[in-house]
Design a binder for this molecule. Structure first.
Ligand SMILES: [Zn+2]
Length: 287
């Protein structure tokens, strides 16, 4: 949860790696760029944390020193709507992610719920909600109470993750954090965001369902995105004029509603575009 809008990259920027930076150097380097959020990518993880507790704690320490807010993107190998054994393995993967998030002090594990598959959408959704309740219970039994689970709006039509589904999860499951991926929503609805009102409509819906605090404290992903009839195809950089959504319009709405989201940049340029997004919001706020 942020006290002001925060910006940061999804994962370690490639240049940091070229410079030979260690994971624990990342928060300080982001701070030098004027960024204040970082989403650690645990996207290929299996059923055990794939980092040492010591390294996670070191990252957490450095992040607090540099006032960089940490989040963790959970494993892609998760499907909470499928067959029992798939769901059970998915639960273990998310619990492993939550364990590491707890070590580093990340406030949320962002994750993808999975695919509808051949079953009724409403049936898949119920399975997912039940699995999430089990995961929260398991986390609490492990003493993990500060980390929230962050279901994300998804970009492809066969993936569970419409705005309505995400809002329902946040209403029904405790210890959840709303995650709006604006690029995904744009792609799923084949170009949803054409004018400022289209962004406003999402904000108003979130506020109506989850309240003012939830809308103010959204965790967001942003990228320009290319899509087909089935949804998301490819991420693009902020300066690519051919694709939407337009970050300036979102910035206008953030200013208008006095929001303080965490904005994680998922364009191919990561930190470079995160800085651009921050500057656009500053400009809009000044106007
Ligand atoms: Zn994601």
């Amino acid at each position: 949860m942020a006290d002001h809008p925060r910006f940061g990259p999804a994962g370690v920027p490639p240049l940091f790696r070229v410079l030979g930076a260690r994971l624990s150097d990342v928060p300080g380097l982001l701070r030098e760029e004027g960024l204040d959020a970082f989403e650690y990518q645990a996207v290929r993880w299996g059923q055990k944390p794939q980092m040492k507790q010591e390294d996670a704690e070191k990252l957490g320490f450095e992040a607090r020193e540099s006032d960089v807010l940490l989040s963790l993107h959970g494993s892609y190998y998760v499907n909470l709507c499928g067959k029992k054994e798939v769901v059970e393995a998915s639960k273990r993967r998310l619990i492993a992610c939550a364990t590491a998030a707890d070590w580093m002090g990340a406030y949320v594990v962002v994750f993808h719920m999975g695919f509808y598959g051949r079953v009724e959408k409403s049936y898949a959704f119920r399975n997912c909600v039940n699995a999430l309740k089990d995961i929260i219970e398991a986390m609490n039994n492990l003493g993990i109470r500060k980390v929230k689970l962050g279901p994300e709006t998804m970009g492809r039509i066969f993936q569970l993750g419409t705005l309505d589904e995400i809002l329902t999860i946040c209403e029904e499951v405790e210890q959840t954090q709303l995650v709006i991926d604006w690029g995904h929503l744009h792609a799923r609805h084949r170009g949803l965001f054409r004018k400022i009102d289209d962004f406003r409509a999402v904000i108003e819906q979130v506020e109506k369902r989850l309240g003012t605090q939830a809308v103010r404290n959204m965790h967001c992903h942003f990228t320009k995105i290319e899509f087909t009839d089935k949804g998301e195809r490819r991420h693009h950089i902020l300066d690519e004029p051919k694709y939407g959504p337009d970050f300036r319009m979102l910035a206008e709405v953030i200013a208008e509603f006095n929001l303080r989201p965490v904005l994680i940049c998922e364009t191919p340029l990561l930190d470079v575009d995160a800085v651009k997004m921050r500057d656009i919001l500053r400009e809009v706020m000044r106007e």
